[in-house]
Design a protein around this ligand. Structure first.
Ligand code: CUA
Length: 168
């Protein structure tokens, strides 16, 4: 059988493209710190957040030098606390969960973006260097008020930051 040279070139190119596509998917799913939802049992009882140490009072807590943890609840159709206030030059780990349906937690203009699933606690760590304000958006359709579900993240100058600023 005689295969024309152009045919061979296209065959090789098609193979290279297929390998390329598979590689990007594998890379995206494994290599950059992305974790898929596990099949483990729920890590938190979404019906009893008010009895959970972390989420009974959504808040920002100082856990080290320039290190903070934010416990955030996304629910129909608000985020708590709102606003979330953190100081500049800090590293903040967000723990986000939902008592009702799937929501999104996206800090607009940053790469901080996670799905929020009842029974799971989403975790993401973000560094904030400069003072500023960011919008927080829900980017998963969660019901009739989805389009109104937004919050605010305020990065305060270090010397203005007070821990009490996040009380509901
Ligand atoms: Cu919450 Cu959409």
């Amino acid at each position: 059988m005689n295969i024309h040279n152009y045919e061979k070139i296209w065959l090789v190119l098609a193979m290279v493209m297929i390998i390329g596509f598979i590689s990007t998917v594998v890379y995206g799913a494994t290599a950059v710190g992305i974790e898929m939802i596990s099949d483990e049992p729920d890590t938190i009882d979404s019906t009893a957040l008010d009895e959970d140490d972390r989420f009974s009072e959504p808040r920002v807590e100082k856990v080290g030098d320039n290190e903070y943890e934010a416990y955030v609840i996304a629910q129909q159709f608000i985020f708590r606390p709102d606003p979330i206030t953190v100081p500049a030059n800090s590293t903040v780990t967000f723990y986000v969960t939902s008592p009702d349906v799937i929501h999104g937690f996206e800090v607009v203009g940053t790469n901080a973006n996670t799905m929020v699933i009842p029974g799971e606690v989403s975790q993401l760590t973000v560094e904030f260097n400069e003072p500023g304000e960011y919008g927080i958006l829900c980017n998963e359709y969660c019901g009739g008020g989805h389009h109104t579900m937004e919050g605010k993240l305020i990065v305060q100058p270090e010397d203005e930051f007070e821990q009490g600023g996040n009380d509901e």
